[in-house]
Ligand binder design. Structure first.
Ligand SMILES: Nc1ncnc2c1ncn2[C@@H]1O[C@H](COP(=O)(O)OP(=O)(O)OP(=O)(O)O)[C@@H](O)[C@H]1O
Ligand SMILES: [Mg+2]
Length: 250
């Protein structure tokens, strides 16, 4: 089943045509990687999937984006409900200036959950799910800033997971991390795919090859090609993709 479908998506920042005719299907509980040179529109497209571009002035969107069959830009869509379902993790870990516990509890509290024992249970469950529990269970009241960068990033993933989304968008989630933390985040993505549909932007082609089922190659605002990750990296159809994966540009 397609979790996400986009139909002929075009997007402009002012006069600049940033995305050109992008149609793509993303299967439920799969991992899709977006690759391509800097400035080709990967983050722009990712952010359209949970309406993170909405507040930028002078933007224009054409085409359709469906999640669970529902047009997410339809008039009756509540953006906070959408973002609960479609969580996002950024390039730099950005925990709130709060304790580890409160970072994960945050989304529940803003959604009006009052039952403390439920919150405690959910925080524990989520930190376990984010493969962080064992490292933090004895210091839940400590500031999130006391964690390493890699731990902070897994905390941010936990924070996104706490409100039970079904899609996780990740924009270069490991690019600011050391190799060991990166490996942990990659392992985590692998685990999460059992329960979530994941879209990840990465500049690291080995990472795309390790974590994703399918890979989409973007170039100058177009999606040149999407296919099974193995095929994209060994036998792509398009010459531009071949040039990129063999390091001839970008
Ligand atoms: N808020 C904005 N206003 C105007 N133009 C923007 C804005 N954000 C991005 N752009 C432009 O849109 C194009 C695509 O940017 P985007 O950030 O989506 O690229 P990217 O593929 O994620 O690049 P990178 O790999 O460097 O992160 C670029 O030319 C960029 O300059
Ligand atoms: Mg980007």
């Amino acid at each position: 089943m397609n979790k996400i479908e986009t139909h002929d998506v075009n997007f402009w920042y002012g006069d600049f045509h940033a995305l050109k005719g992008i149609s793509m299907n993303i299967e439920e509980k799969s991992v899709v990687a977006f690759i391509g040179p800097s400035g080709c529109g990967k983050s722009t497209f990712l952010r359209l999937l949970n309406r993170m571009n909405d507040l930028i002035p002078n933007i224009r969107l054409e085409g359709q984006i469906l999640i669970d069959g529902q047009d997410i830009y339809a008039k009756n869509v509540q953006v906070d409900e959408l973002r609960k379902n479609v969580g996002m993790v950024f390039q730099r870990p950005n925990p709130f200036p709060k304790s580890i516990f409160e970072n994960v509890a945050y989304g529940l509290r803003v959604n009006g959950v009052k039952d403390e024992s439920f919150i405690r249970q959910r925080v524990e469950e989520t930190l376990k799910g984010a493969a962080l529990w064992d490292e933090v269970k004895d210091k839940l009241k400590v500031s999130a800033y006391a964690l390493s960068g890699g731990q902070q990033q897994r905390l941010c993933i936990a924070r996104a997971m706490a409100v039970s989304p079904s899609v996780l968008l990740m924009d270069e989630p490991a690019s600011a991390l050391d190799p060991i933390s990166t490996a942990k985040v990659e392992e985590l993505i692998h685990e999460l795919k059992k329960d979530y549909t994941i879209v990840i932007v990465t500049h690291n082609m080995q990472q795309a090859a390790r974590v994703s089922d399918r890979t989409a190659f973007f170039y100058m605002g177009e999606m040149v090609e999407i296919g099974d990750t193995k095929t994209i990296f060994t036998n792509p159809v398009k010459q531009e993709t071949q040039n990129y994966i063999t390091g001839r540009f970008g």
